[in-house]
Design a protein around this ligand. Structure first.
Ligand SMILES: [Fe+2]
Ligand SMILES: [Fe+2]
Length: 310
């Protein structure tokens, strides 16, 4: 690496530290501010909940779907941030006796993800206070983190950059522009986005740095592991789509026949795959960074795997 590139990377870590200090927020004082969720408003916007796919539902029922999906959205972030934080703490080891600004950037990243997990637990509880009983999110963040961290660092960082970029895309393109959303729900993701912007920069710096130390064979098996991680995410989404569709059918206040119940479950899964797999896979910057690290053949393997999740 030449001197200009090295200076530039160290500046990027420094800018992340500066921005992290400037935007830092508090869960209660800045976000919650004594508010409660109002069920007369949508939580997730139509562009993420894919409201149009729920063709048999009334407008009020689609709003209920957006609230169920919004609760799951918060829970999925709480889930993935457990393994993201553990990986960031592990990577910080590489900087212990090196660039202290890079170390500070990762320590702040970790601190923010701990706070975000507390925020998402708070949101789950608060949504539970205004929606009917019976919602389930039975995925254990620690078991998922153990399974994910069993894969190579390259694969985990690929998944992490993907997630942290699509979080921002969702906020900018869907959540922020929708005037019909719950103000509180919108604020949760506004404040989350402010800190996530630095995380995606750090993920990329760490991924490229780590990639430079891999052999061709190591990278090739890491590509397979990334595909396995995406398949594991899909397994979680299948289970949660089933749980959320079942919760909707049990609590929507009318009888839902078997065929309609099945269609609702299919629509939930399509929305979840869009939110957590395809919107990230199509993110231009993620595609750019990924393709700069892999061969065309490896890129085709990833695309072929994604094509099976439609
Ligand atoms: Fe976060
Ligand atoms: Fe993050």
């Amino acid at each position: 690496m030449n001197m200009i590139a090295r200076i530039s990377d160290s500046e990027r870590y420094a800018r992340c530290v500066q921005t992290s200090k400037r935007v830092r927020w508090d869960i209660e004082e800045d976000i919650i501010r004594g508010r409660r969720f109002d069920t007369t408003h949508k939580f997730l916007p139509d562009g993420l909940s894919l409201a149009g796919e729920f063709t048999t539902l009334s407008a009020g029922e689609k709003r209920f779907v957006s609230q169920i999906q919004g609760r799951t959205y918060a829970n999925i972030f709480g889930l993935v941030e457990r393994f993201i934080n553990a990986k960031v703490l592990e990577l910080s080891h590489d900087h212990w006796f090196g660039d202290q600004v890079a170390l500070e950037a990762l320590v702040r990243f970790s601190d923010e993800e701990l706070k975000h997990q507390a925020l998402f637990r708070r949101i789950d509880t608060m949504v539970g206070e205004v929606l009917p009983d019976g919602y389930r999110f039975d995925v254990d963040p620690n078991s998922v983190a153990h399974a994910v961290l069993g894969k190579s660092t390259w694969a985990v960082l690929a998944l992490t950059l993907d997630i942290e970029l699509f979080t921002q895309l969702h906020y900018r393109e869907s959540i922020d522009p929708d005037a019909a959303l719950s103000d509180l729900f919108k604020d949760v993701f506004l404040y989350h986005w402010k800190e996530e912007s630095q995380h995606a920069i750090l993920d990329e710096l760490e991924w490229v740095r780590h990639d430079a130390g891999l052999t061709t064979d190591e990278r090739d098996s890491a590509v397979n592991e990334f595909i396995e991680l995406v398949a594991a995410v899909d397994g979680i989404l299948n289970a949660q789509a089933k749980a959320d569709a079942g919760y909707f059918t049990a609590t929507c206040g009318r009888a839902v026949g078997e065929a309609e119940a099945r269609a609702i479950e299919v629509a939930f899964l399509k929305a979840y795959r869009w939110q957590y797999i395809h919107s990230g896979a199509r993110h231009p910057h993620f595609g750019k960074v990924l393709s700069s690290l892999i061969t065309d053949d490896q890129g085709r393997r990833i695309q072929a795997a994604l094509a099976t999740l439609q």
